[in-house]
Design a protein around this ligand. Structure first.
Ligand SMILES: C[S@@+](CC[C@H](N)C(=O)[O-])C[C@H]1O[C@@H](n2cnc3c(N)ncnc32)[C@H](O)[C@@H]1O
Length: 212
């Protein structure tokens, strides 16, 4: 028998489980404003959204950079690529290029971007140093990289092949340590990102790489 308490629990649980399953959510206007400020996004800039999912953020960024700017939306999942292409067609924006990458290479052209966004994707990388090398090559000197991510979620599905970090996600200090080793310097860290104590956004600037 369904009780009110059980119904209430289900109403809360189902959206939470759906969110945990895909690990993503919709772009809110406030979060986009904060990100645009953190990445100093302006009309005319060239920006990449690596691991773009279904493309909501790529579209929001394309609206910000305008006709004189450009957005590269990259994905490794062919189904997501199709979703992005459909959304881009519906949006009638002509300043987005959809790029199929792989687990080690973003597929972005060298020096293509003034800024790059990684939203809820860094913890999916099976070979973070390789993807970071590709991101480094794609960013212009002193370009900015914003990484929005989430602390390890013990009960979310485990991702196969990724480094073990205590759950689905990554602690912010680990993320900063890993990225700072590969030719990026820390610019800013925002905890409690989007009013969520488990999310954070870290901004880096591209420096020269000090490969061994
Ligand atoms: C949790 S979703 C985030 C999607 C989107 N960035 C957002 O915030 O809504 C993670 C996405 O990253 C993609 N992904 C995983 N590894 C990747 C890689 N090495 N390069 C590019 N995308 C990747 C997945 O296919 C998935 O669509």
């Amino acid at each position: 028998m369904w009780s009110f308490a059980r119904l209430q629990k289900t109403t809360v649980l189902i959206p939470a489980l759906l969110l945990a399953a895909c690990g993503t959510d919709r772009a809110s206007a406030e979060e986009i404003d904060r990100l645009a400020e953190a990445l100093a996004i302006e009309a005319g800039m060239k920006v990449a959204d690596v691991g773009a999912g279904d493309g909501d953020w790529s579209i929001a960024l394309a609206e910000r950079v305008g006709d004189s700017g450009h957005v590269f939306a990259t994905e490794v999942d062919q189904d997501e690529i199709r979703k992005i292409e459909d959304k881009v067609a519906l949006s009638r924006l002509s300043n987005i290029t959809v790029v199929l990458g792989d687990q080690r290479d973003t597929g972005l052209p060298d020096g293509c971007c003034d800024a790059i966004l990684l939203r809820l994707v860094y913890h999916h990388f099976v070979d973070p140093p390789a993807v970071l090398a590709s991101i480094h090559a794609a960013l212009r000197p002193r370009g900015l990289l914003a990484v929005i991510d989430i602390t390890p979620q013990e009960h979310w599905r485990r991702l196969r092949g990724v480094p073990e970090r205590g759950g689905h996600g990554i602690p912010p200090d680990d993320l900063i340590e890993e990225i700072s080793r590969t030719g990026f310097e820390l610019v800013a860290r925002y905890d409690d990102w989007n009013h969520d104590a488990e999310r954070f956004c870290v901004v880096f600037r591209r420096t020269s790489r000090s490969d061994p």
